[in-house]
Every structure is written in C-alpha cells, then in structure tokens.
Design a protein around this ligand. Structure first.
Ligand code: HEM
Length: 390
C-alpha cells in the first residue's frame, strides 16, 4: 500500500524530516502546487499544504479527529480538550471559555504583563547585548501561564522543569520509549499542586473551575497541565519569531519604532510567516477522497499551518514579511474549527508586552546576525538564537 502511495506521490516520497525542520519553504511550495494532499513516508501520514484544504480538514472534526491513541501528548498528560472531540470536547472547552475571553485576560493580566516585561528587559538593558529568546521570550511565557493558573507555591522555574520533563516524555513516547520517571513525577507534582491550591483557595481560576462543576474533580489537574503545556513553547516561539522578523527587517523595525500602532500588524504578519506550532495532527475516522488523495480510515493527516499560511492563492508573494498586507490576519496559526487556540488573546497580549518593552527600553536595537539563526523546527518553530545589541 505504501509503495503504491509513494509512486502516486513522488514529491512526498522524497521529503525528509530534516528538510521539513530546517528548509521547509521550497519543499512545501512544490507539494502545495503538485500534491496538495501528499503521502509522506517520513511522517508516516498525509500532509495537507493548501490553505483551503487545511481549513476544511480542521473544521471537520467528525472526519478528521484528534481522538487517537497515537496522539502521544494525550497518552502522557491524560485525556483533555486536546485529545477529545464531540460533546466531551465542548464540555472541556466550556469550562475555560470565559477565563480566556479578551476582556477577561485584558482586565486580569495586561497591566501586569507590561510590568513583568519591563522588569525582564531592565535586567539586561545595561549589558548592551542579549539573546532575546532565552532572556525574554522564554521567561515571559512561563511567568504568564504561571500567573494565569495561580498554583500556590509554584514558581516559574518549577513550571519550566515540569515542562521539560513532560516534553521529553512525549518525544520519547513518539519514538516508542516508556514514560521516564521524571515525566511521571512531573505529572504527579501537578496533580498534587492542583489539590493543594484548591485546598487553600488561592487561585481564583481553579476555585471557579471547581465551583462550576463543568469538569469533574479528577479532570482538573489534566486540564491545568494541558493549558500549561499549550502555552509555554508556543508563546516563547511567537515572541522570538516576531523579534527575529523585526530585527531582520530594519526598515520595518524603524517604521514600528516611529509608529507603535504598527506593532500589531507586524505581530500578525510574523504569526503568518512563522507559526510557532507548524503542524497539527488529525486521524481519519473514515475512508475518503480528499484533495486528490485516497485517505484510508485511521490514516494520520497532518495539516501544515506553515504551508497554509504561505499559500499564494491567498497571500501574494507569500514569503515576504509585509506588514501592509490587507489580509494578514487570515493566517491559520491559531487553527480554525473546534480546536482553535483558546489562549490566543493572552498570547497576543504577552507578545505585544514583551516586544513593546524591547522597543521602548533598548535604543539603537540591531541584530547580531552572526550570532543569530532563523526559525526552524517541524512541530515547534522558533529561532535558536536572536542576539541583539543596542
Ligand atoms: C497563553 C498562551 C496559550 C495558551 C494558554 C494556549 C492554550 C491552548 C489550548 C488550551 C488549546 C486546546 C484547544 C482545543 O483543543 O480545543 C490550544 C490549541 C492550540 N494552540 Fe494555543 N495556547 C497558547 C498560545 C499559543 C500560541 C502562541 C500558539 C501559536 C503561535 C498556539 C497554537 C495553538 C494551536 C496550533 C492549537 C491547536 C492544536 C490542535 O488543533 O491540535 N497557542 N491552545
């Protein structure tokens, strides 16, 4: 079966994971043009690269579900909105819906995000040089979600430690290894901290979630873990990618410095060009013909958000960082359909605060190009280093 597929989809058959991680744009453009739904042996699944087909797949959760044992995040963290579809998924989302509303996150967090960002930047402003992903984007991401959840006696360093152990477990499981003890311990610690926080009543969010009774008590720790997990690497990447795009486009950077109201468009255009989560996985619930491919029941179908966002049918000259595009908000970085990112408003506030502080507090900002490198990664996309001087 795979050989037949390989002969029907020769471009897909030749793609390697290394290419998708480091040099994906040309490969994805060829696939989009000739094999918009292609069989990739390297991914052991289909890859969707056209924007319209990607949106169709993401909106049709009856045909393309997330609910499959191969979804390793679910296997490590437990059943949650990320791994459920249908009414149970709706119930899990409903529990959080009000807490992520734009007005709610603005009222509760915006002021504080600016304070935290200013303090972080202050911490290295006198140095004249910093690697902004690890000095700013990462710490800001961990601090934001830690405040949002409000677990008692949990500092950002511990959240980061949990994150690393859980990520390692998920990657290991994808490669067929059992969950290591540190991964199990991190999950157990989160359960213990949620119980302790509920007992001392110190988190407004958790107390409300408990009182609402939309989630059962035993579902709360997993829900907390998923929100935490969904927030950290993604928002770090989102902020780092915007810094990368601004610093590699000095004319645009100058325009944004002269008129801060342009920062929002720059952020959306950066989200389009480099979605911090580059792909999402779905599993076919039935056999179907889709975009010229014969998909079998249970086949894995990966949607390339990166490819969809650079579809020239929607975004002319798609590889250009152009903050004047009229339709730059039509990117699918936060996903369309039932699994659309719940944290998008909080993430946007966070990135605006972080990058705003850089623009405000570091005059004469420039990229140290030799020490920096472009975004990369198959699943999570971010620059390994964004070194700036000022
Ligand atoms: C404060 C930060 C964030 C939080 C709390 C958060 C939370 C979440 C949650 C809870 C979901 C699951 C929704 C569901 O399955 O129904 C989700 C989905 C998603 N989020 Fe976020 N997120 C954050 C930031 C981001 C950022 C910065 C990006 C990318 C730039 C992103 C990309 C995604 C994507 C692609 C999905 C869909 C996953 C899928 O369909 O399989 N998120 N997010």
């Amino acid at each position: 079966m795979d050989e037949t597929r390989a002969s029907k989809f020769p471009l897909g058959a030749a793609v390697t994971v290394a290419e998708l991680e480091a040099e994906p744009y040309a490969v994805l453009a060829r696939l989009r043009e000739h094999e918009p739904v292609s069989w990739l042996p390297a991914l052991d699944g289909w890859l969707v690269t056209r924007r319209d087909l990607s949106v169709d797949a993401m909106r049709d959760a009856e045909t393309f579900t997330v609910d499959d044992p191969r979804f390793t995040t679910g296997a490590v963290i437990g059943e949650s909105m990320l791994s459920l579809d249908g009414p149970e998924h709706e119930r899990h989302r409903k529990a959080f819906a009000t807490h992520f509303r734009p007005t709610m996150v603005r009222e509760r967090f915006e002021e504080n995000l600016h304070v935290v960002a200013a303090e972080l930047v202050d911490g290295f402003a006198a140095d004249g040089r910093a690697e902004l992903r690890t000095a700013l984007a990462g710490p800001m991401a961990v601090d934001t979600i830690n405040r949002f959840l409000g677990l008692s006696n949990v500092d950002p360093a511990l959240v980061l430690e949990w994150y690393v152990h859980i990520s390692d477990a998920i990657v290991g499981l994808t490669l067929g290894n059992p969950v290591p003890p540190k991964g199990e311990q991190a999950i157990a610690d989160i359960h213990e901290r949620v119980a302790a926080t509920l007992a001392d009543g110190s988190s407004e969010l958790l107390t409300t979630l408990q009182a609402d009774e939309i989630l059962r008590p035993e579902e709360l720790p997993t829900a907390v873990a998923v929100v935490m997990f969904g927030a950290i690497e993604t928002s770090e990447g989102m902020t780092a990618n915007l810094l990368w795009h601004l610093l590699t486009h000095p004319e645009t950077l100058q325009r944004v410095l002269d008129d801060r109201s342009l920062l929002n468009a720059a952020m959306e255009e950066s989200l389009r060009l480099e979605p911090a989560a580059g792909v999402v996985d779905r599993y076919a619930t039935r056999a179907l013909e889709f975009g010229g491919a014969q998909i079998a029941e249970r086949d894995k179908v990966t949607v390339s958000l990166l490819a969809a966002n650079r579809d020239p049918a929607v975004f002319p000259d798609p590889d250009r960082f152009d903050i004047d595009r009229q339709n730059l908000r039509q990117h699918v970085t936060f996903v369309q359909g039932p699994h659309g990112c719940l944290g998008l408003h909080l993430a946007r506030l966070e990135t605006m605060a972080a990058v705003g502080a850089v623009l405000e507090q570091l005059p004469g900002l420039q990229l140290d190009a030799a020490a920096s490198s472009a975004p990369l990664g198959l699943i999570f996309r971010k620059p390994p280093a964004v070194v700036a001087t000022w």
